[in-house]
Design a binder for this molecule. Structure first.
Ligand code: IPE
Ligand code: IPE
Ligand code: MG
Length: 231
């Protein structure tokens, strides 16, 4: 079975999961954390090297203040709780996105976990926080013009300035929650991804759904512009 090297996931549908159960939206986020842990376990089991999870987009600041605060607190709580467990599992954790609007207490914890796990190499886990694909491309352009404003740049060199660097491009992109859009996720990195959309809500994203996505990926023929006979 061919496994993807890099999986990226838009974990969507927490609010609807809660609503269906007459619970507050945030109950869906709490339940979603369990699925984050499950997905990490699945990646370790399947020997997936890179996993990127969309935890909070730049447009998510537009949500009600209480929900935003809840999400940030939940993240801080989970980092504190999972810190050593992730390290013991030899996982290299990092966060991608704009840190300037994130609370200092959370940024401090993010930096500590990144520092602690930086040499780990079983699984490379990226959490996208205050991230968007358009922001990523823009910050890359800004870095490049600061360094050498007059030199033309190749696609390969450009990608070194993206927040996702040095992760390889995404092989399998998964979106739960029944929406068929990218919502400004990794625009550059998804250039040749196989895209798996499921109506399953993120809190229901269990091992069965993960395996279904893997099986589906395995059935795809990735041609990268060529024809079948050339592969
Ligand atoms: C995704 O679930 C979680 C985050 C954006 C943090 P939603 O909260 O978007 O859930 P729905 O789409 O409203 O059901
Ligand atoms: C995308 O989900 C962001 C995350 C999962 C973090 P949204 O639920 O915010 O996306 P839209 O608003 O439906 O496009
Ligand atoms: Mg949503």
């Amino acid at each position: 079975m061919e496994t993807p090297t890099h999986i990226a996931i838009i974990m969507d549908g927490n609010g609807r999961w809660a609503k269906k159960r007459f619970l507050p939206r945030v109950a869906g986020h709490v339940r979603g954390v369990k699925r984050v842990k499950d997905s990490i376990e699945q990646c370790l089991e399947f020997n997936i090297k890179y996993l990127t999870l969309f935890a909070f987009g730049r447009d998510n600041w537009k949500r009600p203040q209480e929900e935003v605060s809840f999400l940030m607190d939940l993240l801080l709580e989970q980092i504190n709780k999972e810190f050593t467990k992730l390290h013991d599992k030899n996982i290299c954790v990092r966060f991608i996105g704009d840190r300037s609007r994130i609370d200092k207490s959370l940024v401090d914890r993010i930096e500590s976990i990144e520092h602690l796990t930086q040499k780990n190499d079983k699984l490379f886990l990226s959490i996208a926080l205050d991230y968007s694909g358009t922001y990523d491309i823009t910050q890359a352009v800004n870095k490049i013009i600061q360094l050498s404003p007059k030199t033309a740049i190749s696609e390969k060199d450009f990608s070194r300035y993206l927040l996702s660097y040095p992760y390889p491009s995404v092989d399998l992109f998964i979106r739960t929650g029944g929406e068929y859009r990218l919502s400004d996720f990794m625009l550059w990195d998804l250039a040749y991804s196989e895209c798996y959309f499921t109506t399953k809500l993120w809190p229901d994203f269990d091992k069965t759904v993960f395996c279904a996505a893997m099986k589906w990926f395995n059935s795809r023929e990735r041609r990268f512009g060529m024809i079948s006979e050339q592969l």
